[in-house]
Structure formats: structure tokens, C-alpha cells
Design a protein around this ligand. Sequence first.
Ligand code: ADP
Ligand code: MG
Length: 140
Amino acid sequence: MATNRTFTMIKPEAVAAGNAGKIIDMIIEAGFKVKAMKLRHLTKEEAGKFYEVHAERPFYGELVDYMSGGPIVAAILEKENAVADFRALIGATDPAEAAEGTIRKQFATSKAENAVHGSDSDENAEIESNFHFSAEEIVG
Ligand code: ADP
Ligand code: MG
């Protein structure tokens, strides 16, 4: 995958609150193109595997329950400097620390339930995209 892509999920509480459309609007307004998108309810096993890197952290069990607790919207996004620009758009993990105008500032309700995921590197963007999408689900 080209390095101008990143992977995102709109997390369960944001989907349940009816904020998915508004969040997608902010993403498109910021200049990202949607290359793939789907609504999915992750199983506990899938959520556990996706966040395996956090398996040793004290909040892992809570994170797996949360991310498998309702449907998410998964998407692959394209833009120059996608990974860093998307992290800037979503803001800090804790909404109390997120800058004005960021998605998490506007929609996150806590450090745990923080509305959106964004990949932290080009390598992880590719791994995470492949976790959720097959090649034929991504537009050229
Ligand atoms: P980010 O999503 O900003 O990359 P991390 O990779 O550190 O943040 O954590 C992954 C996810 O785990 C966060 O988005 C959040 O949902 C959850 N999380 C992180 N830290 C905590 C915490 N201290 N307590 C509960 N949940 C947390
Ligand atoms: Mg992270």
C-alpha cells in the first residue's frame, strides 16, 4: 500500500450516538479521500486481535469489551502525509487534552471512549487496513 494512506475506525459509542456522518464529513472536509468503508460489529476475538499490541496494558480488557460492544465504521483514507495529518485531525487520546477543532475534542466522551481510531505509522496503517479489508474492497 502507498504510504499516503491511513486507517480509521469510528468507534462504537460515536456510531451509536449518531455521529458517524458528522465525523465522516469532517474527515472529507479535511481533504481525505475514502478508499474503502464498511460498518461492522467486531467480535471480542477480532477486537482483541486488532488491539493485541496493548495486551499488557491495564485497560486492555475494557478496550476489547468497548470495541466489540457495538458496530464500528472502518475506513481507509488517502491524503498526502495521511498518517500524521489524520492524527492531527483526531487530536490527543484524552479529549481533555485534544486541541480545539479536532474530532476527539468535539465527539470523544472520555480517554477510553474517544470516538475514533487513527493509525500511528505507515506500517500499522497497512496492517490495520489489511485486517479489515480485502484488496477488492479498496477502490483504485
Ligand atoms: P490512540 O488511540 O490515541 O493511538 P493508544 O494507542 O494509546 O491511543 O490507545 C488505544 C486506545 O485504547 C485509545 O484510543 C483508547 O480507546 C484506549 N485507551 C488508551 N489509554 C487508555 C486508558 N488509560 N484507559 C482506558 N482506555 C484507554
Ligand atoms: Mg494507538
